[in-house]
Design a protein around this ligand. Structure first.
Ligand SMILES: *[C@@H]1O[C@H](CO)[C@@H](O)[C@H](O)[C@H]1NC(C)=O
Ligand SMILES: *[C@@H]1O[C@H](CO)[C@@H](O)[C@H](O)[C@H]1NC(C)=O
Ligand SMILES: *[C@@H]1O[C@H](CO)[C@@H](O)[C@H](O)[C@H]1NC(C)=O
Length: 574
């Protein structure tokens, strides 16, 4: 092994941090990447031998890229070019996140269709999911489109690293369930990207935060809350930092996710849309043309762009003159909008700001007193009213603004990518994730009552409780079966979700496992003492549930188990 010490310098608010990477042989072709996949933007970071972790600039030399694909017969454009060069929004696909892993009848699909009336969403007959339909030949699933985006992100990373890249850590929202996570994995597979791990975005942020404060972490637990409002959703995450003793590598710092609260639809994009609709109303009131601007997709796209600029400016100024040249029928548009008006348009959204904080606390069974700091993440936390409401809700003196709200997730994810890649050796930082949604095994068995009559008894065994740490293996033992049987794997009690979230969640049934060959296996091993039938589950680093194997006798697992030695669970959603 050739050893090299690389200084990593983060130029963030005078924070200079150094650490070492021990680099392996093969100086070329060992770069790894991360993609922080939001609903509106993605940020790509790389690490390669000799070069510290860094955000990969895109073709416009920008540090973030809109998640957008423009598909026409002979043309495929991404990012800013997809948004910029297009006259017809019908060919531009954006905000795909809310459609991933959803069935056609999911309320989020109808919601998307309402927001983006230029697109036609149809049912995928075989999977029950959705397709964007432009014509008979041009139909794309959200996963395919995301696959194209991920392939493009890899292109950006490769150009920046000047070498091929295959391995990536990709961020997902903590509230992504099995079907949604699987959709991202499928997209990556279509792009030929090898996913080292799906990491929850706030966990990546927390890792980035912890790595650069390693020396402040000791055996006393410290609790932090990361409040992340992005474009599409909001998540509050409670993280405990402390050092722990490990078997192999001595005392190491650890972060553990303790609580998660979220609002799937609270974010900056809804604010943009309200501003857009306000601008449309103002334009219509100016009566410059007889047409209703709201019926022109292209004009509405221009207004949306101006609304997004307006929101940003109103974060620093009390009022601003919105203007669009040649908005409709070559008529220009100009109107003054104040921050007070903006805040009135979004009043009900601001009321929802404290929700995720309360939910995170209750899932962690903690009170605000136990949280040392509430740290802001995500572009939409720049809106002054969001900070004002949040500050009041958490009752702290101030909100933490000491991380890069835009890039911390991509940087944390690329650190994890380096840690998982065999080409790098990074200082260990243990990450214990938590399962946001409980999972249980259910089965029905015939039992004999005292009077000799037989009846059916429904059994439930909790596999992963809410906030159970992962990665983790679990074994469930079925003691009484000597013949073939089946069990269901379902989500557990989700009553903490509101009615809306439950309807968006999709099916509560993950899969049914049918076991065959049980009696013949028992007969073959009559002499061995039966310890029951054991099902071995694993929730992996990506939060995906796997059923590793099922065995009758613990010692005979690998060779003598059932046909179904390794079964990847298939959710009915996809
Ligand atoms: C992935 O992107 C590269 C350019 O970076 C392109 O040549 C290739 O065709 C793309 N592959 C897929 C599957 O879209
Ligand atoms: C741990 O660090 C905190 C500050 O970061 C300090 O207040 C505390 O005394 C330390 N505890 C131990 C056991 O060293
Ligand atoms: C879901 O699981 C429950 C409990 O095992 C079962 O009663 C129900 O029939 C299942 N639903 C479907 C659609 O499979």
């Amino acid at each position: 092994l050739s050893r090299a010490c690389v200084q990593v310098i983060m130029r963030r608010k005078m924070l200079w941090a150094l650490f070492c990477l021990v680099l392996a042989l093969l100086p070329s072709q060992t770069a790894v990447m991360s993609v922080d996949l939001g609903s509106e933007w993605m940020k790509v970071a790389i690490v390669k031998p000799g070069v510290p972790m860094e955000i990969a600039l895109n073709k416009e030399s920008r540090r973030k890229t809109p998640i957008a694909v423009c598909l026409k017969e002979n043309e495929r454009l991404f990012g800013d070019s997809a948004l910029g060069s297009v006259k017809n929004p019908k060919f531009v696909y954006r905000y795909l996140q809310s459609l991933l892993g959803k069935k056609h009848d999911n309320p989020q699909v109808a919601f998307y269709q309402k927001r983006f009336s230029e697109h036609q969403l149809v049912k995928d007959a075989s999977r029950g999911t959705v397709l964007f339909r432009n014509s008979e030949e041009m139909q794309y699933s959200p996963e395919e489109l995301l696959g194209m985006v991920l392939n493009y992100s890899r292109g950006l990373a490769q150009d920046f690293a000047e070498q091929p890249i295959k391995d990536a850590v990709i961020t997902v929202p903590a509230f992504f369930n099995q079907a949604e996570r699987r959709a991202v994995l499928q997209a990556a597979q279509m792009a030929g990207v090898k996913v080292l791990q799906l990491i929850n975005d706030n966990t990546a942020v927390a890792l980035n935060y912890g790595v650069f404060r390693r020396k402040d972490i000791n055996s006393t637990a410290q609790n932090m809350m990361f409040y992340d409002m992005g474009s599409g959703s909001t998540t509050a995450t409670i993280v405990t930092y402390q050092t722990v003793k490990t078997k192999d590598s001595g005392t190491q710092p650890q972060l553990q996710i303790r609580g998660v609260g979220f609002d799937r639809s609270l974010g900056g994009f809804e604010m943009d849309l309200r501003l857009r609709d306000h601008l449309a109303k103002l334009f219509n009131e100016q009566k410059k043309t007889k047409k209703d601007v709201r019926e022109n997709h292209r004009a509405m796209a221009k207004l949306l762009k101006e609304a997004q600029r307006l929101k940003t400016v109103l974060s620093a100024n009390a009022e601003f003159m919105a203007q669009v040249e040649g908005l409709l029928d070559e008529m220009d548009f100009k109107a003054k909008v104040t921050r007070v008006e903006f805040e009135a348009l979004c009043a009900d959204l601001f009321e929802r700001v404290p929700g995720p904080v309360q939910e995170a606390l209750s899932s962690a069974e903690m009170s605000l007193d136990e949280i040392e700091q509430v740290i802001l993440v995500g572009g939409s936390t720049r809106v002054p009213k969001v900070q004002e409401v949040l500050l009041k809700a958490v009752g702290k003196e101030e909100l933490g603004k000491n991380i890069n709200a835009d890039e911390a997730a991509a940087m944390g994810a690329v650190y994890q990518a380096a840690a998982l890649s065999k080409a790098f050796k990074v200082k260990p930082f243990l990450v214990r994730e938590a399962a946001v949604f409980p999972i249980q095994v259910e089965f029905t068995r015939e039992t004999e009552d005292e009077d000799g009559s037989r009846s059916l008894k429904h059994n439930k065994r909790i596999l992963f409780q809410r906030m159970a740490p992962y990665p983790q293996r679990k074994v469930i033992t079925f003691n009484r079966y000597t013949d073939d049987f089946a069990f269901d794997i379902n989500y557990g009690d989700l009553s903490f979700l509101g009615q809306n979230d439950l309807s968006v969640f999709g099916s509560l049934n993950l899969t049914t496992v049918q076991l065959s060959g049980v009696s013949s296996s028992f007969q073959k091993h009559m002499d061995a003492e039966s310890k029951g039938i054991k099902a071995h589950f694993n929730m992996d680093e990506s939060g995906m549930l796997l059923l590793d194997r099922v065995s009758t006798i613990e010692l005979l697992i690998e060779s003598q188990g059932f046909n179904l030695a390794t079964l990847r669970l298939t959710s009915p959603t996809l």
